[in-house]
Each structure stands twice: as structure tokens, then as C-alpha cells.
Design a protein around this ligand. Structure first.
Ligand code: SF4
Ligand code: SF4
Length: 324
């Protein structure tokens, strides 16, 4: 039987992922492995386990039930909770995700991330905030992970949203067969399209894939006329130089009149806890967040070339002012 599509979160009142108040639906599974990923729990398509050291008393109950010797023996809680501790409860490469440890944990220190939900269950949840969408121009944003990797499920979800009269955005990294994207956008109001780097080698180095398919899909997408917001996550030592922004703004200006807006999204490190809970040593854990105001200077490069540009991607931005 095919594995079910998993949802990691349904986030309400989001304001940076399309216009107005939005409910973001995060699907689990992504073909890219971006070094900076702010949602590391959405990369693997299977359920994972968060271990929260603050809640763990090191009682050892999980060790008793694990059939695969995939639980580390207890150490004093204060040691496991110390800032520099590399201890993690679960030995990931031995774990077959039977979830017996999660069931037995008396303190909710172990939890499953990634749960199956039906299309109707998701839409019922999204629809609860219809009033807020109507007052703000908001709706549902389908995100991930990467929605195009779950073509059938995403298609049903987007069709269902349209049938219920809900505005929808599709947040995509663009790394998919063009026919998948072409088909999904039939039921989408706005596409939020990630652009990470123009250099294929740099792209491959920090995301695990080249950018050829992505750039080709962006060009094809813009030919369709669908409203498209290009989103550039600005990452230290990857694409935070003015040279990059000069090239990127020139490149995007080549699609004159076809891009509704460009959002520069500053790197942040709020996701550190998620990496710790998953037991992943995050390569960017010591990087400082980028102060949003620092991106106003590169943003002006895009604005000077006629591209409506924001820093942060707020759906409530006064975009008329931000055109510079
Ligand atoms: S059962 Fe829960 S509280 Fe006890 S050691 Fe395992 S994770 Fe920690
Ligand atoms: S989910 Fe993994 S760590 Fe937990 S009991 Fe099963 S095999 Fe062991």
C-alpha cells in the first residue's frame, strides 16, 4: 500500500506566506536538502520522532520497549539538557519508527512529527478561519516540504479549497516535472516560487540539486500568466552578497511585467530547537539571523529594475510604498 501523505503542521494566522491571514498546511517530504532549511521536519517523507530533552527525566522506560537497541542509555537529565550536549535519546540509523517508545513515554518527551490527515479533515480545519480570510484577503497556503512531490494529494486539496471558495497559494521550490506544476496551478490563485541561487554549482552544493529544472519551470510558469511571487531566502555565505542580488535582480527583471512581486526572506535561526529535537547537528547553528533592515539595500536593486519588492514577505505589506 502506498504510504500516506503526512502533515507536520497546520499553522494559523500566518502573515508571510501570501496575502492576508493564511492557514499554512505543511506537507512532509521534499526532494531538496537545503542546508538552512527552516522546517527540517518536513524533509523526510516518513514520520519522525522529536525528543525534547527538557521534558525527559531519563526514566529509561523507552529503552525497555525498543526492539532495535535504538535508544541511548540514560544519562543525568542535567547533562543531557546542557547547552553543549551531543546526547540524543534516539540512534536514528537503528530506529525503524515502530513508535513503541513514543507510546510508553510518560512525560511526552517523545512525540511523532508527521501525521496522516484526509483532504476533508484539512479543509475543515482551514475553513474554521474563513471569516478572517474574508476580512483580510487571506486563505490557505499549501507548503512543505514540497507539495509537488505529492501531486495527487495536493491536487485534491487545492481542488477542494477552490470548491469551498477558499483562496489558495501554492508554495513551491519548483523542482518537479513541469506537467505536475502546470496541472496543480489550475486550482491555485497565487504561486509562491522559491529562487535560491542562479549558479548551478552553488545551488547543488547547498541544496543537493542543480537549479536547471527550477529555472526552466519558473520561465514556463511566468508564461502562463498566473500571479507569481518570487521568494528568495537570503542565506549567509550563500546568496547574501550584493553581487548575487545584482545578478538575480537582472535575471528577474528579464521577466518584465510577469512577476507580481519579489520577497527577500532573511535567514533566521528560530528553527534550532527542531534540529535538536530531531537529533540533527545543524551546520548553520552558530550563524546569526540576518537583520531584516539589512536587506533594504539589496531590495532597492530589485526595485530600481521595476520589481515590486518586500523584505520579509508580509501579506499586509504596503507594497505601493515598497516599490521604491
Ligand atoms: S520514556 Fe520519555 S522521559 Fe523516559 S527516558 Fe524515554 S524519553 Fe525520557
Ligand atoms: S521508534 Fe525507534 S527508537 Fe522508538 S522504540 Fe521503535 S525502533 Fe526504538
Amino acid at each position: 500500500m502506498e504510504n500516506p501523505v503526512l502533515i507536520t503542521d497546520i499553522q494559523k494566522f500566518a502573515v508571510n506566506d501570501g496575502p492576508g491571514f493564511r492557514t499554512n498546511v505543511f506537507l512532509k517530504g521534499c526532494p531538496l536538502k537545503c542546508l538552512w532549511c527552516h522546517n527540517p521536519e518536513t524533509i523526510a517523507p516518513y514520520p519522525e520522532i522529536y525528543w525534547k530533552s527538557r521534558l525527559c527525566t531519563q526514566c529509561g522506560a523507552c529503552l525497555e520497549v525498543c526492539p532495535n537497541d535504538a535508544i541511548n542509555p540514560p544519562i543525568p537529565p542535567e547533562e543531557s539538557q546542557s547547552e553543549n550536549s551531543t546526547y540524543h535519546k534516539i540512534i536514528r540509523d537503528r530506529c525503524d519508527r515502530c513508535m513503541k517508545c513514543v507510546e510508553i513515554c510518560p512525560y511526552d518527551a517523545l512525540t511523532i512529527v508527521g501525521k496522516p490527515m484526509s483532504v476533508d479533515e484539512i479543509l475543515d480545519e482551514v475553513e474554521k478561519d474563513r471569516l478572517f480570510y474574508e476580512n483580510s484577503g487571506g486563505g490557505m497556503t499549501l507548503s512543505g516540504g514540497e507539495p509537488t512531490t505529492h501531486e495527487d494529494f495536493s491536487d485534491k486539496l487545492l481542488k477542494g479549497a477552490r470548491q469551498r471558495g477558499l483562496h489558495s497559494c501554492l508554495d513551491t521550490n519548483g523542482f518537479c516535472d513541469w506537467n505536475v506544476l502546470k496541472s496543480l496551478i489550475k486550482n491555485v490563485d497565487i504561486v509562491l516560487f522559491d529562487l535560491k541561487h542562479l549558479d548551478p554549482e552553488m545551488h547543488k552544493k547547498d541544496t543537493g540539486t542543480g537549479n536547471e529544472i527550477i529555472l526552466k519551470n519558473l520561465g514556463l510558469l511566468l508564461e502562463t500568466g498566473i500571479e507569481t511571487w518570487v521568494r528568495i531566502p537570503v542565506i549567509p555565505n550563500f546568496n547574501d552578497s550584493m553581487d548575487f542580488h545584482k545578478l538575480a535582480s537582472d535575471y528577474l527583471a528579464g521577466f518584465a511585467g510577469k512577476i507580481a512581486r519579489v520577497d527577500l526572506l532573511p535567514f533566521h535561526n528560530y528553527c534550532q530547537d527542531k534540529y535538536k529535537w530531531l537529533g540533527i547537528d545543524w551546520a548553520l547553528k552558530d550563524e546569526d539571523a540576518i537583520e531584516p533592515s539589512f536587506l533594504e539595500i539589496p531590495a532597492d536593486l530589485y526595485r530600481e529594475k521595476g520589481l515590486l519588492t518586500t523584505v520579509g514577505g508580509s501579506g499586509f505589506e504596503n507594497t505601493a510604498e515598497s516599490t521604491g
